[in-house]
Design a protein around this ligand. Structure first.
Ligand code: SF4
Length: 521
């Protein structure tokens, strides 16, 4: 490895992916100044870009050229497989065109434009957080810190959806405001994190000490928040406040069109969501969708009808896709998209990204863009904290070795939480599987990046070794259920057999697009 690093003429940090392409550009003082000026100009001329089409086209053309140059350079020097660099380039283009669409359609309030360009684009995507803090973390721990936290501040929810992953409902379980706020402050100070994901329960139902999620966004104006919400609590006042804040984006949950959404979420919910979207559009809030794919709706949520309706007519600007995970309320393996469906979804998602430049991220099928699994506090990844303070590797891995309330009571910090052996062993698994591995070496299949879902047998061994606490009775039952384990392992074997040829031909040794059509028929 060391000789490869020397041969390519960049440092160990860079070879390990610690310094991404955007950051290498950012690092010199001159370029840093240029970037600051460039983003400042972009923020000032954003409204003009919205109305002057030729100007917008020139800006997109220049940014595309810059992305392409970065891609071509990466093909020569990057440690990543060539097909992975191609995915990253295509996703970059999709993000660029999403911003252009938002400007062209005059979809962003002034504060949102400032938040998106100044925090999301410049501080988070390009600078990747506070670099001096990250360097300090690296010097102490020999690894880059996580880039974000996912926090579910409350379990309570005003809906009662079938198969809810959080088994939410009318409960009082929640984080104290002081802990919620401290998590954000600490992740910022110790990790340089500027991005936070808020889930639930229903985040907009959270109240503690008279404060809620929007108060958190207001208190941390230099951070950006992505909030998964059922959308039913977005009234006029909430939409207006989000537009004024500009540093929070709601991703609204849907199961498909009206029939499927109301079937799982309750009668009338689809119409409430459309009303919420109209409010967000009117106030110029940057918003998107959160889609749970099951065996029954996997095709519907990626259909032209669905995509056209929400992206073209209703103003959604992005979508996150989560495959149903057999955790939470009444968990069952029968709702998981089949391995063949999963690969069809992979094919369709990338088709929409490449052909229509839509920003779609699939928590499993976009593993190539995130360098595989991002759980357990991996460099650039995240940790999950729930309403009771349980810290887990991932929102879909409901097993916790440590509770943040207890850790804080003992004088510990997030860095002590990060160092937990259970998390460290998952990070070692990620590394062994492919993260930061040289291109020429053994590289795991990032079409199956997930330790808990795609490699459940190995994940169970880690659970047996570290014995983290199940976060609820459902998680405990899943652990005791041998049929559950057998079913997931059989699923993984079938998925591996289907996806491995695709991984080799499209990513490791790309030689054309014929193979994916055959593999997913
Ligand atoms: S554990 Fe699985 S679901 Fe969680 S971040 Fe890793 S790949 Fe994604």
């Amino acid at each position: 490895m060391d000789s490869q690093i020397r041969n390519r003429g960049f440092s160990r940090q860079e070879a390990n992916g610690v310094v991404p392409i955007g950051l290498r550009f950012y690092r010199s003082r001159a370029r840093q100044a240029l970037l600051n000026v460039g983003t400042g100009v972009l923020i000032r001329i954003g409204p003009s870009l919205a109305s002057i089409k030729p100007l917008r086209k020139v800006a997109v053309h220049l940014a595309t050229a810059r992305l392409r140059a970065g891609y071509e350079e990466a093909l020569k020097v990057s440690h990543r497989p060539p097909g992975v660099e191609r995915d990253r380039f295509d996703m970059g283009l999709a993000i660029l065109h999403t911003v252009e669409r938002a400007l062209a359609r005059d979809r962003l309030s002034d504060a949102t434009l400032r938040g998106m360009l100044g925090i999301l684009l410049k501080d988070i995507l390009i600078r990747q957080g506070d670099w001096s803090v990250k360097q300090q973390f690296y010097a102490t721990h020999g690894s880059n810190p996580p880039d974000f936290l996912l926090i579910s501040p409350c379990k309570t929810c005003n809906l009662h959806c079938i198969g809810c992953y959080a088994d939410s409902g009318p409960t009082r379980e929640k984080l104290d405001w002081a802990v919620f706020d401290r998590l954000v402050t600490e992740a910022h100070e110790l990790w340089g994190a500027r991005f936070f994901v808020i889930s639930g329960g229903e985040p907009l139902a959270y109240r503690s000490d008279g404060r809620g999620v929007l108060d958190l966004a207001e208190r941390h104006r230099d951070c950006f928040f992505l909030m998964y919400t059922n959308g039913t609590l977005i009234n006029d006042g909430v939409a207006r406040r989000m537009a004024e804040l500009g540093n929070i984006t709601p991703a609204i949950s849907l199961e498909g069109m009206r029939e499927r959404t109301d079937e799982r979420r309750g009668a009338g919910v689809f119409d409430q969501i459309l009303t919420a979207m109209a409010r967000l559009r009117r106030e110029k809030v940057f918003f998107g969708l959160s889609l749970t794919a099951t065996r029954h709706n996997a095709e519907e949520i990626l259909s032209d009808e669905f995509v056209d309706f929400f992206f073209e007519e209703r103003g959604a600007l992005y979508a996150w896709i989560f495959h149903y995970m057999p955790i939470g309320r009444s968990f069952t393996l029968d709702l998981m998209p089949t391995p063949a469906q999963r690969l069809r979804m992979w094919q369709r998602v990338w088709e929409l990204i490449r052909q229509r430049h839509l920003f779609l991220a699939d928590f499993w099928n976009s593993g190539t863009v995130s360098d595989g699994c991002i759980s357990a506090g991996r460099a650039g990844g995240y940790l999950y904290v729930d309403w009771n303070g349980a810290v887990s590797p991932c929102v879909f891995a409901p097993y916790s070795p440590i509770n943040i309330n207890e850790a804080y009571a003992q004088g510990k910090t997030l860095n002590d939480v990060w160092a937990e052996p259970f998390f460290a062993d998952i990070r070692a698994w990620q590394h062994e599987y492919g993260f930061e591995q040289p291109r020429e070496g053994r590289h795991g299949n990032w079409l199956t990046p997930c330790p808990i879902r795609d490699h459940y047998g190995e994940f169970r061994q880690l659970l047996a070794l570290h014995e983290p606490d199940p976060i609820d009775e459902n998680a405990r039952q899943a652990l005791l259920d041998e049929g559950y384990a057998r079913g997931l392992i059989a699923y993984d074997e079938a998925l591996q057999a289907l996806s491995e040829p695709l991984w080799e031909q499209r990513y490791l040794y790309p030689d054309g697009a014929e193979h994916d059509a055959q593999a997913t028929e």
